[in-house]
Design a binder for this molecule. Structure first.
Ligand code: ZN
Length: 133
């Protein structure tokens, strides 16, 4: 049995790295970079604790518990991810779309640019208003 097979056999029935672990490992990376400047031992300790925790999760045989944790994590970050993607698209499409907020409920909306004055009906609260596109 070669080394690769040994590792594969070892990982059978274990959780492995999931999205939460990649996030934790990313956090460890950020902490290590911060510590280049901050040089505080507690940051290094924290990074080490996170790293050990991520390996504990990856090697855990209680897969359903780890999957629950990962699902909770994904449910928490999903709204943030959507918000981030919306902001990213807003910058990317700023020449094609005009972005504006509903004056009543604050819902973000967009309309193709260059159509002049348009009447908008809010999808969320039904408020009607005009805006320049
Ligand atoms: Zn509205």
């Amino acid at each position: 049995m070669n080394f690769k097979d040994k590792i594969r056999n070892f990982m059978i029935g274990r959780n492995g790295h999931d999205e939460l672990n990649f996030f934790i490992i990313g956090l460890v990376g950020v902490l290590l970079i911060v510590n280049i400047f901050a040089k505080k031992s507690f940051i290094l300790t924290l990074a080490l604790v996170f790293l050990i925790y991520s390996y504990y999760r990856a090697l855990s045989k209680d897969i359903s518990a780890r999957q629950d944790e990962n699902k909770k994590f994904l449910d928490t970050v999903e709204p943030l991810r959507k918000k981030f993607n919306f902001s990213k698209n807003k910058v990317k499409n700023r020449k094609v779309y005009k972005y504006f907020k509903c004056p009543k409920c604050g819902l973000q909306m967009k309309a193709p640019r260059g159509k002049g004055k348009i009447l908008v009906t809010c999808k969320k609260c039904g408020e009607k208003f005009t805006t320049e596109s």
